[in-house]
Design a protein around this ligand. Sequence first.
Ligand code: GUN
Ligand code: FE
Length: 423
Amino acid sequence: MKNYVVKGNLCYSENANSVRLLPNHYLVIENGLCAGTFAELPEKYRALPLEDFGDKLIMPGMSDLHVHAPQFSFRGLGMDMELLDWLNTYTFPEESKYRDLEYADRAYESFARHLRVSATTRAAVFGTIHVPATTLLMEKMEKSGLVSYIGKVNMNRNSPDFLCETSVEQALADTEQWICDTKDRFQNTYPIITPRFIPSCTDELMHGLRKLVEKYKVPVQSHLSENYGEIAWVQELCPDSKFYGDAYDRFGLFGGDHKCIMAHCVHSGEEEIELMRKNGVYIAHSPLSNSNLSSGVAPISKYMECGMNVALASDVAGGDTENLFRSIGHAIRASKLRWRLLDQQVAALTVDQAFYIATVGGGSFFGKVGSFEDGYEFDAIVIDDTALDHPQELSLRARFERSLYLSDDRQIAAKFVRAERLF
Ligand code: GUN
Ligand code: FE
């Protein structure tokens, strides 16, 4: 059923800086797409099925543009180190377990189950280097009803023996076979080329991945300018590169002719920023991770002002939760500390801006997604805020703000992805 009407308190971004709030409005869905909001339902739509959500809030689903499925198992653990030590101590040993398909089955079942009931309707996900486990993850994500890009991770240098490709040839052959096996297999789940980050991949491997991007027209995801130690290491490994992003760009893995997501961009310089803007690279802003791993705070409002593509991300397990409401609150909080302590030239994020990057910002990676304007795919979450009780009268605006700061899965009463109702 792709033609119907929902009714409730509609909340969605009208632009990057402001939210439109429509109390007790009708939203018409035609062929799965938003086709108008109305205070009074026009005659021609009155025969359509109507789902009345009463006093609940209806908002677009959110996109998590950077999350590591195999790290979900240790979310909330191991926050005592910075990135490079954290990877070696906690992350790589855990990811190596996904060679065991039985372990992967249990772990990915848990990941997909949690994501299904979360605010996330679309995601860009890292798996591990293991093809069978990554394909299994795709099957589970397809079943979840969410729309996602899933990456088989590539890493063949500076990686422990227990989590390293056996050879460049093998890595590329595995990746190509996996793309062929999965690219047309699912309705809502797609492969994405995933070099872990520059320190993990030799030049030869990167050249090979670029050829796969060209051949199969698949997008790319990786990490960029997250941590000072990492950035210095990339400069050592690639002395000819002008900056970290240039090291990807030299291989043709930095957007331009393909869609590209770079997580973090905490310490990007002006040249890197300009190249990302020019190439339409998506910045997956991961504020919880950037605080947990002491990486820093990315200048998000500056990126938005420059007209760059900015999305929100959990980066589990650098981020401790998949709950994007927490990331919204923390993006705002961290931006205020950055403004206060570091740089008054870059304004703190507003609630409306953080909501925008969580919905339209990341949604645009998938097409017309993340809004209820005409022509957008209908992805939505319905918020029941009655348990967030309060003694005073609250405006819809106040309820909207509180919902973003205070909600978790328990407030999500219904969820729609591509106009299909998940629950
Ligand atoms: N850089 C390379 N790998 C990772 C990872 O797994 N998480 C984070 N946050 N940064 C990375
Ligand atoms: Fe990450």
